[in-house]
Design a protein around this ligand. Structure first.
Ligand SMILES: Cc1cc2nc3c(=O)[nH]c(=O)nc-3n(C[C@H](O)[C@H](O)[C@H](O)COP(=O)(O)OP(=O)(O)OC[C@H]3O[C@@H](n4cnc5c(N)ncnc54)[C@H](O)[C@@H]3O)c2cc1C
Length: 401
């Protein structure tokens, strides 16, 4: 792999740098604020003036197709290469620019619709994701089906031009704010379990949908239980063929696990830590000298993570959907998330435990919530054990256990 920009990439990088310098309001700079790795950074949305500044910034990006740079132009992207998209993400991360909050829509719903949707579905759903008019949630997991996702019991029964949905989803991130859901439901209970599942686009305003909050250990309402009581979904909202949803669902998970954006955030987070350590050699926590070797390790690991992202990008560039490669990147990235959070806590000493809102916080009081959120990184999107199984079976051709 050639790590140098080619001529076209170098020109694009320059254009992005100049755009950021010209257009990004300083209020949006996430550097030193903890960034997305610190518990999602959602607290910033409550800061006065942040939301208007963010929407203004996203509008400017959208005018250039830069909310999703690699999406085709006809669907509101800029038609750029995956590498150019990565360059865009690198430059915005380096400048501390915020990303769109529409993480699921942009990260894995849009790419799935582009790959498997009908032309009508693409026309209807892609632009509202870019404009933040439609937020999406992911209705895959159920109380008895997480790692063993193919065991889902939620039923979809064809009735005229509709399917009728009954059942329950759980851990559904953002369902309380979402307009739409990607939903896996069983359409053929007699078929082998992977072969009787279909993939739907569900309007969350449909009668019979109930969303109940699940509050996590940080005290935040991020995910939910979602119940379906005779919910009617038009047959035109089926993605791909009936009973072929499992295969589309695994592609969605591959997009989710690629985690390219996280590798950039981690690089930024290590730099925040190093900056803090330099500024506080003998300062408030007095811990900085004791974690220098860990900071060196985390710096190296963040670079390794980026190399794994390059592997994923290289495949996407060639039109391939990374599979075991996405699992390798996900496994490495989420376990690094936890090591980073632990290093951050050590760096701040007892101050690391002080939550946002106290006058005694360091680094905006985000370290405690980062640490707690990091425990979930190795579960959401498929646990580390599941990633290891995929790597063993599909990467190393080992037999199924
Ligand atoms: C922060 C967060 C956000 C989430 N958001 C969403 C969402 O938006 N939409 C959604 O659908 N789901 C979401 N989930 C759910 C997530 O996908 C599941 O929690 C995950 O797949 C694990 O399933 P489970 O919780 O049922 O655990 P289980 O599958 O019951 O696993 C329990 C333990 O057993 C281990 N285990 C299970 N099977 C095997 C095996 N074959 N080999 C080795 N070990 C195994 C697991 O690794 C785990 O340690 C979210 C989860 C989290 C933590």
């Amino acid at each position: 792999m050639d790590f140098q920009d080619n001529q076209q990439e170098a020109t694009f990088r320059k254009e992005v740098k100049e755009f950021i310098k010209r257009e990004m309001s300083p209020d949006l700079d996430r550097r030193g604020q903890g960034g997305a790795a610190f518990g999602g950074g959602s607290g910033r949305f409550n800061q006065k003036g942040y939301w208007p500044a963010l929407t203004g910034w996203l509008k400017k990006l959208n005018e250039r197709g830069w909310v999703a740079p690699a999406w085709p132009k006809e669907y509101g992207g800029a038609g750029l290469s995956v590498m150019e998209q990565f360059i865009f993400n690198q430059e915005t991360a380096t400048a501390g620019a915020p990303r769109s909050p529409n993480v699921i829509g942009l990260g894995w719903v849009g790419p799935t619709i582009i790959l498997y949707g009908t032309e009508e579905q693409k026309q209807k759903h892609l632009r509202p994701i870019l404009n933040n008019e439609a937020f999406w949630c992911q209705g895959f997991s159920e109380p008895e089906a997480g790692s063993d996702l193919a065991s889902i019991k939620t039923r979809a029964v064809r009735d005229g031009d509709d399917y009728v949905i009954n059942g329950q989803k759980t851990w559904t991130s953002g369902a309380h704010g979402a307009q739409w859901m990607i939903l896996l439901a069983r359409t053929d209970p007699q078929a082998p379990k992977h072969k009787g599942i279909s993939y739907f686009l569900l309007d969350m305003k449909s009668p019979g949908v109930t969303v109940r909050p699940l509050v996590n250990m940080v005290g935040a309402h991020d995910f939910n239980e979602v119940f379906f009581d005779n919910v009617r979904v038009p047959a035109e909202n089926l993605i791909g063929e009936e009973n072929r949803g499992w295969y589309i669902g695994t592609t969605t998970l591959d997009f989710e696990r690629s985690g390219i954006a996280t590798s950039l955030t981690h690089g930024q987070t290590v730099q925040d830590f190093v900056r803090y350590a330099r500024e506080h050699q003998n300062g408030s926590s007095g811990r900085a000298p004791f974690v220098r070797y860990e900071l060196a390790d985390r710096t190296i690991e963040a670079q390794v993570e980026q190399m794994l992202s390059f592997q994923v990008i290289g495949m996407q560039q060639r039109g391939l959907v990374p599979n075991k490669e996405a699992s390798i990147a996900k496994l490495y990235s989420t376990e690094l998330d936890q090591r980073l959070a632990a290093t951050g806590l050590k760096l701040l000493g007892l101050y690391g435990q002080v939550m946002r809102g106290s006058p005694h916080t360091e680094m905006n009081g985000r370290m405690a919530s980062f640490y707690m959120y990091a425990t979930t990184s190795t579960i959401g999107g498929g646990t580390s054990e599941v990633q290891r199984n995929i790597i063993a079976q599909r990467g190393l051709s080992m037999p199924k256990n």
